[in-house]
Design a protein around this ligand. Structure first.
Ligand code: CCH
Length: 288
């Protein structure tokens, strides 16, 4: 007699927490990269997967993981993100049931939480799609541009000024690489810990043009070791942006709360979830 057919494996919260734990362990083990962590580049992967969303057409966003394919992976803005995709490959092998789309976003969530940022509630349910879903080049922000470009790009995703400034606070993390974007250097002195230092530095330090052959960027007058992109300077120059920059420079809790909300929205843009919004999962961090 045949046994009962096996019930299909339906992953639950515990299974995704296991994936989170695996990513957290790999982050700790591979501390020989950049400033000691793959966290920043993992966050950038999740953001660039999501930030292609266009609310008018409903195209782009993290559903699909189309950056796996040449047209989108080769977009200039995505230079260097192969390091993050490769980092997550053994995780996909260990947990083959997770989609790349869900995994990349879980990587971003784990990166933020493991770098001592706020909790980022998560929903699974993204599916991988083929290369016909690749978005056209030019949907991600260009760092050489001004406030009107920032508003056009993030407005296309549906964000307001406050969320745009909150999201920019991610630049407390990581650095620019001349072989990726052409820009150079970190924004803060602690590029592997999420803090509101990016806003504090923007407000408190004096910034000048860096004298070099590379693209136009700023350096802090005092130490000449930190950097700001032209787009970063816009969030202190533009009056409406500036009031949020001042708020977050003074109030890390306000920053964490708004950053978490904006990132949850970003990571879910264009995803047709089955689970309702009030059933998001909050993962335990390795240090909880
Ligand atoms: Fe960013 N970002 N970003 N960024 N970004 C770069 C690096 C990181 C812009 C340009 C750049 C967000 C918004 C913007 C991260 C997260 C976010 C780099 C350097 C450029 C250029 C890339 C390199 O050379 O490796 C511009 C322009 C905007 C908006 O106008 C948002 C939003 C987020 C996330 C919420 C992170 C993290 C990094 C560091 C990556 C690393 O490898 O260290």
């Amino acid at each position: 007699l045949e046994g009962k057919p096996k019930a299909p494996f339906v992953p639950r919260f515990e299974n995704y927490q296991e994936v989170y734990n695996h990513i957290a362990k790999l982050l700790e083990e591979h501390d020989d990269y950049d400033d000691g962590s793959y966290g920043p580049v993992l966050l950038r992967l999740a953001w660039h997967a999501s930030g292609t969303y266009d609310k008018e057409t409903g195209t782009g966003g993290s559903n699909g993981a189309t950056m796996r394919f040449a047209p989108e992976g080769d977009h200039g803005a995505n230079a260097g993100l192969k390091a993050a995709r490769d980092f997550l490959e053994p995780v996909k092998e260990a947990f083959p049931w997770i989609t790349y789309s869900d995994l990349w976003i879980l990587g971003g969530v784990a990166a933020i939480q493991e770098m001592q940022g706020p909790k980022i509630p998560y929903r699974a349910g993204r599916s991988d799609r083929d290369l016909s879903f690749c978005t056209p080049d030019g949907r991600l922000p260009d760092a050489s541009k001004d406030h009107s470009h920032i508003r056009a790009i993030f407005g296309r995703m549906g964000f307001d000024d406050r969320a745009m400034v909150a999201l920019s606070g991610a630049h407390a993390l990581g650095r620019c690489h001349t072989d990726r974007s052409g820009y150079s250097g970190p924004w803060t002195f602690s590029p592997t810990t999420l803090t509101n230092d990016y806003f504090k530095l923007l407000i408190e330090e004096k910034w000048q043009y860096k004298k070099w052959n590379g693209p136009k960027q700023f350096e802090d007058v005092k130490t000449k070791t930190l950097m700001m992109l032209p787009t970063d300077m816009e969030i202190v120059k533009d009056k409406s942006f500036r009031k949020y920059t001042e708020l977050y420079a003074k109030d890390n809790d306000a920053f964490f709360k708004d950053f978490s909300n904006a990132v949850v929205t970003l990571f879910e843009l264009g995803v047709p979830f089955e689970h309702p919004e009030d059933q998001r999962w909050v993962f335990k961090s390795s240090f909880d």
